[in-house]
Design a protein around this ligand. Structure first.
Ligand code: ARG
Ligand code: ZN
Length: 887
């Protein structure tokens, strides 16, 4: 907690450390409230540092017991203990520093540093948690070799783990066990990990491409021993994939993963010892949905991929976070696309980007993929750094092609292995490996905001030419009033009247030019206005642009409704088929919102319903893609498409479309649902692409039927809920019942809780479904649930399931006209800030776009933010989010 104004850290002020550390020997005497940490490190002054340069160590919330240099005590006259620092003067050029500190893991509610989760000791050090363990240069450009001794009672803590390999293990006459772990790879402090507790081991092994055997060890609480198989299978796939896709082999003899219930984020890639939120490990068909299975596969792979992109090559400073996160998310996306439906996985990437990153880019906390300033780095684990960062790598891949990309990656690994580097270093490796100039492309790292690209087309039937003119604009963002044009790769095709793509021949282009006459091309926009003239097109083609979402931009194609309906049915790029359906749906909803505003009666356009019907009744289509195409854009993204957000309008219009589809297509939806359910009947659950697609389409049919509220649909929802043998189907039923009156919903919620009360991850779903259900008393219901014995402010998953889900995904409840939703969220942020600032700061999110609402709501949201600001002690985390929101 800070009382003075938190200070802003600037990229421009980066300076290398004056002292480097080559080795650190850590000893932990574990005790819930008084763990004693002895850190013995070898320091050497860097060439270029002044001889009198003080030694600056980071440290926060530590009880300092003693300091020694080369074995001699250092008295308080030689050091200053500042708020989060220890500065020692008069140190020699090379020396061994021994620091003893004492910490309180059981009292650590911020879940950063060393803490306990259900009695299990575990650590979370990224980004700056190591300083809550000992005084140390806690910055990623200080890389040392770690040796860790853990001392504990073997009865209470039968498992004691740290990075690397165990090298000694003995139990002394005092009954205490001492185990020593050694990690041969130098690493920054944020990759340190320690775990100790009563854990069950699920073990397997993997033979690497060069024939080395790696022990794969998954540690979970004993009651979860039956929920490990999917995570383990995912891990093996990830190890194999990185060998073939990137030529990267695992480098230690043991790979360990530990699952804990209390975790601020998804997971953490500590060297050789990942620590995971149990949500991304534990799965059994009856407890986890298809989405959970997919999340586990993706996150297990993500953390594994960090071993090369993050650990072997790390970040010089935290401004470079996307160097490892954007790249690793992109690698994760490639992996998922190779193992599940590629089109569906791309659609999911884009949904996430639009729901989370586009609003961020358009709001008060907009920042570049590589930020240039921050107050609290934890606030920069954002969708911009992660998801837009991944889009930047994807664009690079699209622009230079797979072979050049692989050459660039190979050079990056070869050149920088063992180093802490910058985003410039990454791009330079690709430029050098392929002899390219990527200078303008680098703007994607430094300019914030989502470019808007509009398209004008002109067909000249006599000349047989088709002009496509792109105009890009990039609005100002905080601190960046003027922008340069971006380099935007637009993957494109021209579709002929029969639905087949036409050869793309540019004017003034030799017939043997690289892409001449291709059926799909990458058009590169590098100026504000870029025009392409295509030849030999006597008939007007329908352009299919930004295929696969080849750049993170807002594209306005100005297509006619009829063209959208045509692309929905004919585009050979599955992503763009989906995109056409989304664009069409957004248009229809916008027009309905206008009708609501003008008091006109609401009518679902016939052409829209027909396009919908064609998709639903076409048996040749992949069910997973049909489900995606027919899922309406979410309320958050719809809000993003309006300059002044109309809360009631969005909900009413979207609900109207859902109800009208459910009502007018009832027979088709029922027939399809029954057919899909029959196909599944009797089959054991498998997380397998075709089955996932069938379940998702069946649940979508049910959702439309539920929105219409007809007896046949509700009956099916009740039956599915009651008889489902997997969580995907059960939840599909429950979600429909949740929006029905209490006589239908409450018995379902009660039965669900009763059955699953001992499975925390399922109880999270129980909270979430209720928090997001549309009911007039939404907030009061949430307040009641906060009193439920299963609710706890201490568990981040629970907080996200109830408070986070309500504020972010229950717009009617949160934005209720009386403003109580805002009051509620402000209260929770203040209460949480005293316990867990990272989680509290995340909850500020729903307030960020307050300026986009009507005047009344603006006033109330602003008052709620100001009330948070008026608190005497706020964490840096919440302070930064609130001040930036109000600025
Ligand atoms: N590096 C982790 C990942 O794989 C996330 C760590 C987040 N830590 C934090 N303090 N926000 O994405
Ligand atoms: Zn990551």
């Amino acid at each position: 907690m800070k009382t003075d104004l938190p200070k802003t850290i600037l990229l421009a002020e980066y300076a290398p450390p004056a002292y480097q550390v080559s080795t650190i020997d850590l000893e932990f005497r574990l005790d819930p409230h008084a763990t004693r940490v002895t850190a013995t490190s070898r320091f050497d002054r860097m060439a270029g540092a002044a001889a009198d340069a003080p030694l600056v160590l980071d440290g926060a919330g530590l009880r300092l017991v003693s300091i020694m240099i080369d074995g001699a005590p250092v008295g308080p006259d030689r050091y200053d203990q500042q708020e989060e620092r220890l500065v020692i003067r008069g140190v020699p050029a090379g020396f061994v520093l021994t620091v003893i500190t004492e910490i309180d893991p059981a009292g650590n509610t911020a879940l950063e540093g060393l803490y306990q989760s259900n009695g299990i000791f575990c650590t979370q050090c990224e980004a700056e948690g190591f300083r809550k363990i000992t005084y140390f240069p806690d910055r990623p450009d200080v890389m040392a070799r770690y040796r860790t001794t853990i001392i504990g009672d073997p009865v209470v803590l039968p498992v004691m783990l740290s990075n690397g390999n165990p090298v000694a293990d003995e139990t002394g006459p005092d009954g205490l066990r001492r185990i020593v772990w050694e990690d041969p790879f130098p690493k920054p402090s944020y990759l340190f990990a320690l775990v100790a507790g009563d854990l069950a081991l699920h073990e397997d092994s993997f033979t690497t491409i060069s024939g080395r055997s790696v022990a794969l060890r998954l540690y979970v609480e004993p009651r979860n021993a039956d929920k490990c198989a999917h995570a383990m299978a995912s891990l093996k796939k990830a190890l194999a994939w990185d060998e073939t896709a990137y030529g990267r082999e695992y480098d230690l003899d043991i790979y360990m993963i530990v699952a804990v219930d209390d975790f601020n984020m998804g997971a953490m890639e500590n060297k050789g010892l990942n620590v995971f939120n149990s949500k991304y490990i534990l799965a059994r068909p009856d407890t986890a949905t298809d989405a959970d299975y997919a999340g586990i596969e993706a996150v297990v792979a993500h953390e594994y991929f960090h071993n090369w992109t993050g650990n072997r090559i790390t970040c010089r400073d935290w401004f470079q976070l996307s160097l490892k996160e954007g790249l690793t998310v992109f690698r994760e996306q490639q992996f998922v696309a190779d193992h599940q439906s590629a089109a569906v996985s791309r659609i999911h990437d884009v949904r996430v980007l639009r729901a989370a990153q586009f609003p961020e880019d358009a709001g008060p906390t907009a920042h570049p993929v590589r930020p240039d300033s921050y107050i609290e780095i934890s606030n920069f684990y954002t969708s911009t750094v992660y998801n837009k960062g991944a889009e930047v790598i994807r664009m690079l891949h699209t622009l230079i092609g797979e072979d050049a990309y692989r050459r660039g990656m190979d050079l990056y690994f070869q050149r920088h292995d063992g180093q802490a580097v910058t985003c410039e270093d990454f791009i330079r490796a690709h430029a050098d490996a392929n002899d390219l100039d990527l200078g303008d492309f680098f703007r994607w790292y430094v300019q914030a905001g989502t470019p808007e690209v509009s398209v004008d087309t002109r067909h000249d039937p006599d000349a047989g030419t088709f002009d496509v003119t792109f105009t890009q604009t990039l609005a100002p963002t905080p601190g960046q009033p003027v922008k340069q044009p971006m380099v935007v790769p637009v993957r494109a095709a021209l579709i002929g009247p029969d639905g087949a793509p036409l050869p793309m021949m540019l004017a003034n282009e030799p017939a043997d030019a690289p892409q001449a006459g291709a059926l799909e091309r990458v058009l590169v926009l590098s100026d504000r206005v870029t025009r392409f003239t295509f030849m030999q097109l006597p008939e007007r083609p329908v352009p299919s642009l930004l295929r696969g979402f080849s750049a993170p931009v807002k594209l306005d194609t100005r297509a006619e409704d009829a063209d959208l309906a045509f692309l929905m049915g004919h585009d050979d790029d599955p992503f763009n088929r989906w995109e056409a359906a989304q664009t069409y749906a957004i248009r229809v909803i916008h027009r309905l919102i206008a009708d609501i505003g003008a008091g006109r009666p609401l009518v679902l356009p016939l052409e829209f319903r027909e396009a919908f019907t064609r998709t639903i009744t076409d048996d040749a289509l992949d069910p997973a893609l049909v489900a995606e195409a027919l899922t309406l854009p979410g309320e958050s993204y719809l809000a993003e498409t309006m300059s002044r957000i109309d809360v009631e309008g969005i909900t009413t219009a979207r609900q109207f479309v859902r109800r009208e589809i459910g009502r007018s297509l009832e027979p088709q939806l029922i027939a399809l649902f029954d057919r899909l359910e029959a196909a599944e009947a009797g089959q054991p659950y498998a997380f397998e692409t075709a089955a996932v697609g069938r379940r998702s389409l069946a649940n979508l049919c049910l959702a439309y039927l539920g929105a219409a509220g007809g007896a046949a649909g509700l009956e099916r929802a009740e039956r599915r809920f009651a008889t489902a043998t997997n969580m995907t189907d059960a939840l599909g039923g429950l979600l429909v019942l949740a929006d029905q009156p209490g006589e239908l919903s409450q018995p379902a919620f009660d039965a669900f809780y009763d059955r699953w009360k001992d499975e925390p991850l399922v109880v999270d779903k129980w909270f979430m479904v209720q928090a997001t259900a549309s009911r007039p008393d939404a907030l009061d219901h949430v307040l009641t649930l906060m009193e439920h014995p299963a609710f706890s402010m201490r568990n981040p998953n629970r907080v996200r399931s109830l408070i986070g889900a309500f504020a972010a995904s229950n717009p009617q409840g949160f934005h209720a006209a009386d403003g109580r939703g805002y009051e509620f969220l402000a209260d929770q942020i203040v209460a949480l800030d005293a316990m867990n600032p990272q989680i509290a700061a995340r909850l500020v999110g729903p307030f960020k776009r307050w300026r986009r609402y009507d005047d009344r709501r603006q006033g109330m949201m602003r008052a709620a933010l100001e009330r948070i600001m008026s608190r005497k002690s706020l964490s840096r985390d919440v302070y930064e989010m609130v001040t930036k929101s109000l600025a």
